[in-house]
Write a protein that binds this ligand. Structure first.
Ligand code: ASP
Length: 331
């Protein structure tokens, strides 16, 4: 048997969530596929040109943050106080270096702040005003917090407030049963009020290195100061060349409690599980035991990819160099 080198590969997600079947608008669904496809093509090209997995995931998350269809960066959800607090992380599987930011509202591209923490500070996680001061000091583009606001997100917060409970943007079951439908936003394939609003990317490059990046606005009506799983290394984001690169989306508290991204890698390292077996197990078996909803994307150094989710859908796609990118939303 010849063991040929795996093709470089990128996978991305734009959040998991609940499908409202009557809400599916074919044109809008096509727009999501097209946006995912464009981002995959950009990442694929970078990898084809010999670029690193780290650069590929950074580029893909930059583009996902900028794309108004996805709820990270512009279009981020509102906290209970009608403010924004964004979280992001990046990890390099070759060196286990990692960087993350949490509770920031003035850095245009949170994933770049995470990467700067990794590369230009001696720390892993910076939060709030300190993270913003750091981002500014290294020359990142700063914006007014209004930059992230959209009227759909504001209406979503007001619906959650009217429901008089701490409804989480991605707690699909809660909103599905308790709140009025979201007319202004129901043109998206996944109901925006029942969707996990994170974006993420994982990649394998031609050198055999892995990387992961995740960025999020968090959850609608979250308490100010709340931090989700996305910027917690080992919970929402992890990468290790010896096992896998992982980016999660879902009910962050449960992903933190289950140490989901690291658990997947540990199952491969200690249990000898395949990437897909480990990914399926954490998403379909472990998370549901604590009511964890969502999914993840993962790649390993052999070029395997796994994209499980326990919700109705997850915006997702993957592309190997030289192959046509694949995109999907529902099961
Ligand atoms: N996991 C993210 C958080 O808890 C939210 C999401 O995936 O949409 O902040």
């Amino acid at each position: 048997m010849t063991s040929s080198k795996p093709l470089p590969l990128i996978a991305i997600h734009g959040g998991a969530g609940t499908l409202t079947r009557q809400a599916i608008n074919p044109a809008q669904e096509a727009a999501y596929h097209a946006a995912l496809q464009d981002i995959l093509l950009a990442g694929q090209q970078l990898l084809a040109d010999g670029g690193s997995a780290l650069d590929a995931v950074s580029l893909a998350v930059d583009m996902l943050e900028d794309c108004p269809l996805f709820n990270a960066g512009h279009g981020a959800v509102f906290t209970h106080e009608e403010t924004h607090e964004l979280d992001a992380a990046v990890m390099d599987g070759a060196t286990l270096r990692a960087g993350a930011v949490a509770c920031i509202s003035q850095v245009r591209r949170p994933v770049r702040a995470a990467r700067a923490v990794m590369e230009q500070s001696e720390h892993v996680l910076l939060v709030g005003p300190g993270a913003e001061a750091f981002a500014k000091s290294v020359g990142l583009e700063m914006v007014s917090p209004d930059y992230f606001s959209t009227e759909n997100r504001r209406a979503q917060l007001h619906r959650a407030l009217a429901a008089d409970k701490t409804l989480l943007d991605h707690d699909g079951a809660a909103l599905a049963s308790d709140a009025a439908p979201a007319p202004a936003t129901e043109t998206a394939p996944l109901d925006e009020s029942r969707k996990f609003g994170t974006v993420g990317a994982v990649a394998l490059d031609a050198q055999g290195n892995l990387a992961a990046a995740t960025s999020t606005g968090g959850m609608t009506n979250k308490r100010v100061g709340r931090v989700g799983d996305s910027p917690i290394i080992g919970a929402g984001t992890y990468a290790d060349n010896r096992t896998a690169a992982v980016s999660c989306t879902g009910t962050g508290e449960m992903f933190i409690r289950a140490a989901t991204a690291y658990d997947l890698c540990a199952r491969m390292a200690y249990g000898g599980q395949s990437l897909d077996a480990a990914a399926q197990q954490v998403v379909m078996d472990v998370l549901p035991t604590i009511d964890g909803k969502g999914g993840l994307i993962a790649v390993d150094a052999q070029g395997n990819v796994s994209l499980p989710f326990n919700t109705e859908g997850m915006y997702r796609g993957w592309a190997r160099v030289g192959e046509t990118p694949q995109t999907a939303i529902f099961r």
